[in-house]
Design a protein around this ligand. Structure first.
Ligand SMILES: [Zn+2]
Length: 259
């Protein structure tokens, strides 16, 4: 059996940023695709820098929304530091697209023909510590009898493979649509927003990990939220969307409890 040095050196960024854990809110926020750091040992996976700034590398704007929403709700937020091209932290590592060889139309040279050891190094260094941290934080809340609703935050590119996406925001769900439906109703009532439900993506066990594992399996109320990236590229847009969600999420949760 071959063994490999750990992927990350001790001086490299931690894959997990857990902030405001003691916040009072029922909401627990996650940003699986917040970061776009590349481990030193992998270079940029053979990509020109411009590609690493695009949506294929990270969820543009969502870290800013997550942090501001955490502040406004007084909720914990957990953010992942490394580019999702290194390993997608919202996908089961057993699924081939967990480490994509191609993303949208871009080939990722550094992900081509990886062997099991190379894949395992990414799982061990990034995916596993991130999800272990989420699981441990949720365990601590359960042990303290704290009620939790999981909110998985993402952003999507306005144009994918040449096709324009009209939705401003979307709620995604799979087995339990309750909190998602409640939030969608409130988003629609804002006026002027095109609200997707399970489009342009839907939650599934093959394309998602955080909601199926930490929301569904624990029986926690949950919603996955997708915001279109051009709306949250700059801090003003991030603040606007954080303020909107800070206003609507508590009402959506109250409606969920009343159902
Ligand atoms: Zn995402």
């Amino acid at each position: 059996m071959t063994t490999m040095a750990p992927l990350l050196d001790p001086d490299e960024p931690n894959p997990v940023m857990l902030e405001n854990e003691s916040g009072n809110s029922v909401f627990f926020l996650t940003c699986d695709h917040a970061g776009r750091v590349f481990p030193r040992r992998l270079g940029r996976l053979g990509l020109p820098e411009a590609e690493t700034l695009r949506h294929i590398a990270w969820d543009i704007g969502i870290g800013g929304v997550g942090r501001e929403l955490s502040r406004l709700l007084d909720a914990p937020v957990i953010l992942q530091t490394y580019s999702r091209l290194v390993i997608d932290c919202n996908r089961d590592p057993k699924v081939p697209s967990s480490i994509p060889e191609i993303s949208e139309n871009t080939e990722i040279p550094g992900n081509r023909s990886l062997d099991e050891t190379e894949r395992a190094a990414r799982v061990d260094a990034i995916f596993r510590p991130y999800h272990k941290a989420i699981g441990a934080a949720l365990d601590r809340r359960a042990a303290a009898d704290r009620v939790t609703a999981l909110v998985a935050l993402h952003s999507f590119t306005p144009v994918f493979k040449g096709v324009w996406r009209p939705w401003h925001v979307a709620v995604l769900f799979n087995r339990d649509p309750r909190l998602a439906h409640a939030l969608a109703e409130l988003l629609r009532a804002e006026g002027g927003l095109m609200v997707g439900e399970n489009e342009p993506y839907r939650v599934s066990d093959l394309t998602d990990y955080t909601v199926p594992v930490h929301g569904e399996r624990r029986g926690l109320p949950h919603v996955e939220i997708e915001i279109r990236q051009d709306l949250i590229t700059d801090p003003a847009g991030q603040r606007e969307w954080a303020e909107r969600l800070a206003r609507l999420l508590p009402s959506a949760y109250a409606a969920f409890l009343g159902r």
